[in-house]
Design a protein around this ligand. Structure first.
Ligand code: GUN
Ligand code: ZN
Length: 445
């Protein structure tokens, strides 16, 4: 480790597991992670070799709990949370019936009430970083950023941009300028706040609702501020038909975004299910990332994403809850959905390799960090990164008589993925600072 003032160091001891490479786990059965006063990890390894080097450091002993990288939800919608689980139907009618009216009502007062609960539920479920869409309104976006700052989570977040189809009452002649001006103001104010913990994601909703001019303007703002971009791509067959009608000259859906400058390594596309080989190749070549949202894709009957084909094309993939397209914020459940998707596909198609808990765990940690462009700071327990850490007790969700401590790393992660939820969250940290992880579910009554 580099020379540091040891009086500032703090740390955790426990069963440490992370997934620095897709398909591989690294485990310290009795491990310690130490961070400095700025929340940066300065040492990580076996307790037996590390403790003698730091005899005076205060270390919280979490054994036999697991010490993991915090989970990353690469795609979710804060204003939609109250609708989670209560809708049905295909994407486009569901958006019009359940979602747009709810986002239309989401002004500053509604954000004041919902945002703190949303961030607390994220943390209670073990999520320390999230890619978040807001509503079109600048006032409620501002309130959500204030609460993200206070809650302590790492976020990549932005107000939704819509012009060709929108739920705001802004005059059609004014809507595009207003959307760009408000995005520019919010991005200038919030992108990079608190030493980069708060990031702005320029968020054109999808090309069904956005003009080419709005999407080009969005790409320019993101490039100017070096901010992120998030949008939706090829989620649903009727959505594809709408795109073909709106943009008859484009090669395909991906090409619409390419023509607007929206592809590239700052962009995370939600869903990316119904793609041609050409589109997957384009995403790979441009460095565009994808958020795979399997629980949403089952809920809205959207389809089953070919994760293997996307990864083979060189696309970095994370996982997203896509609330309220997905019914909950529990990223263990989303990991399980990724495996269920793969299992269903392999039952239908020969030669599809299995997806194990270790793969899903990688997608929900380092994969998410790649998707959101935060691998320098989050996604694994590595020296130099920030201490974004989740402590879980899998025995809280284990069946009676299960020998949790005798399980190997694959088995214990499998238990977490197939049965895990907020009951097993012991603590969560961002940059070494403890988050409020009291579960809203458990508090009721
Ligand atoms: N496509 C455009 N907007 C949305 C949304 O809010 N949720 C989902 N699942 N897909 C979308
Ligand atoms: Zn979405």
């Amino acid at each position: 480790m580099s020379p540091t003032d040891t009086t500032e160091l703090t740390g955790l001891r426990g069963r440490m597991i992370h997934a620095p490479v897709y398909g591989a786990l690294e485990e310290w059965r009795d491990g310690v992670v130490l961070w400095d006063g700025a929340g940066r990890i300065v040492d990580v390894g076996h307790a037996a070799s590390l403790l003698p080097r730091h005899p005076d450091v205060r270390i919280d002993d979490m054994r036999p709990a697991l010490v993991l990288p915090g989970l990353i939800d690469a795609h979710t919608h804060l204003p939609q949370y109250p609708a989670a689980g209560a809708g049905s139907g295909d994407l486009l009618p569901w958006l019009h019936r359940n979602i747009f009216p709810m986002e239309r009502r989401f002004r500053a007062a509604e954000a004041e009430a919902l945002a703190p609960l949303f961030f607390r539920d994220l943390a209670a479920n073990g999520t320390t970083t999230a890619g978040i869409y807001l509503a079109v309104w600048e006032d409620s976006a501002e309130v959500c950023f204030q609460h993200a700052e206070a809650a302590g989570l790492r976020v990549s977040m932005g107000k939704v941009m819509m012009d060709d189809e929108t739920y705001s009452d802004t005059a059609p002649t004014r809507v595009i300028d207003q959307s760009l001006e408000e995005t520019d103001r919010l991005c200038r104010k919030w992108h990079g706040q608190d030493g980069g913990r708060i990031r702005y994601a320029v968020s054109p909703r999808f090309a069904v609702a956005c003009s080419l001019a709005l999407m080009r303007g969005a790409a320019e703002i993101a490039a100017w501020y070096d901010a992120g971009i998030q949008t939706h791509l090829s989620e649903n067959i009727d959505e594809l038909k709408a795109i073909a009608d709106r943009f008859p000259d484009a090669l395909d859906y991906t090409d619409v975004y390419a023509r607007c400058g929206l592809l590239g390594p700052r962009t995370v596309m939600g869903h990316a299910i119904h793609l041609s080989d050409r589109e997957r190749e384009t995403l790979g070549v441009t460095g565009t990332r994808v958020a795979h949202c399997p629980t949403s894709n089952f809920y809205l009957a959207s389809g089953m994403m070919a994760l293997d084909a996307l990864r083979t094309a060189g696309v970095a993939v994370g996982l997203g809850s896509d609330v309220a397209g997905g019914p909950d914020l529990n990223m263990w459940r989303v990991m399980r959905g990724a495996i269920e998707t793969r299992n269903a596909r392999s039952a239908l198609t020969k030669g599809v390799a299995p997806l194990l808990a270790r793969h899903a765990f990688h997608l929900a940690t380092l994969g998410g960090a790649q998707a959101l462009g935060v691998t320098d700071t989050a996604g694994s327990l590595a020296e130099g990164k920030e201490a974004d850490i989740l402590v879980v007790d899998p025995s809280a969700v284990a069946p009676p008589e299960a020998a949790v401590e005798a399980m190997d790393a694959d088995e214990v992660l499998s238990l977490c993925v197939w049965r895990g939820d907020d009951r097993m969250t012991v603590a969560a940290y961002v940059r070494g600072r403890k988050l409020d992880v009291r579960s809203l579910n458990l508090e009721v009554g």
